[in-house]
Design a protein around this ligand. Structure first.
Ligand code: 48F
Length: 267
């Protein structure tokens, strides 16, 4: 066996990263966050042949799905979302009328694998710190992401970020709704279709209402920007729902459908 060459290993990593990452610089759809809603959206988009990538701040995917409820690694999925979960390969066990239970670790792995196998790209360790805008009608349209290494963000170093172009952006950043918030903070004239015109913030727990709302709230909230998952409920001021995940899967699927519709509009 030849001696292993550390410098060659380094070069192979650099070359492969450059080749693959270059393909994510000009996207149809860029998704912020690899939680259940973002990964589900990526799966349905990639399955339809859309060039889609997720940018995830953590070094791992899955967002809040790993931990089930209070670290008991099981999640609950209701009947309405059974088909979506199973399409991504998640095994569901009927636990009560209309309620199914799944292993949270298996759920993260299967949903992620479904998205990757369909052709989505997932970039970990990247923080999305801003969006790109261009004039559109009387205001602007979101048409890309401004990204930096999460390590740079954590170290609070002054390092200029880089840019990804994207015809549509999906904010799947969870409870933070970090992208919608950034937009209204930076563009005081940006009015979202909410009661306050801004990000309202999520309400306390009410599973039934939260699960219903998360699907209804999944939509374009500013030209080129769709919200999904808990980000959608945070934007519209709807309740949280705890460790029931059907709404996240259904919201991710709806975000993909909305993005497909917008891709016809934003050529
Ligand atoms: O929080 P998260 O899992 O969002 P979700 O898809 O699902 C919510 C559920 O997990 C659960 C719940 C329902 O059952 O209430 O909480 O709505 O995943 C959001 C991901 O986005 C990443 C974050 O690290 C997490 O993995 N994220 C947030 N802001 C950024 C980001 C950012 N600015 N840049 C990159 N990633």
């Amino acid at each position: 066996m030849p001696e292993l060459d550390e410098v060659l290993i380094t070069k192979l990593i650099l070359d492969a990263f450059k080749e693959d990452f270059s393909k994510s610089l000009d996207l149809d759809v860029a998704i912020v966050g690899a939680g259940p809603s973002g990964v589900t959206a990526a799966y349905y988009l990639a399955r339809s042949g859309v060039n889609v990538a997720i940018f995830e701040r953590n070094l791992y995917v899955g967002g809040g799905m790993w931990s089930g409820g209070i670290l008991f690694p099981r999640i609950v999925v209701q009947e309405a979302a059974k088909q979506v979960a199973e399409e991504m390969g998640v095994s569901l066990r009927k636990a009560a009328e209309d309620y199914y239970v799944a292993d949270s670790v298996e759920s993260v792995v299967k949903c992620t694998m479904a998205a990757l196998s369909a052709g989505a790209k997932i970039w970990i360790g990247f923080s999305v710190e801003d969006v790109v805008i261009r004039p559109y009608n009387d205001g602007y349209r979101v048409c890309g992401l401004v990204i930096n290494w999460s390590a740079v963000e954590l170290a609070e170093l002054h390092v200029d970020p880089v840019t990804v172009r994207s015809r549509v952006v999906i904010d799947a950043s969870g409870h933070e709704a970090s992208i919608a918030r950034k937009l209204v903070d930076k563009l005081p004239r940006a009015v979202l279709p909410t009661d306050t015109g801004g990000v309202v913030g999520e309400l306390p727990m009410w599973a039934e209402a939260g699960e219903r709302a998360v699907v209804e709230n999944t939509r374009e909230v500013y030209p080129g920007l769709i919200v999904t998952g808990m980000a959608a409920n945070a934007v519209f001021g709807s309740p949280r729902m705890g460790p029931i995940f059907g709404g996240m899967f259904l919201s991710g699927k709806k975000a993909a459908e909305e993005a497909m519709r917008l891709l016809k509009k934003y050529k």
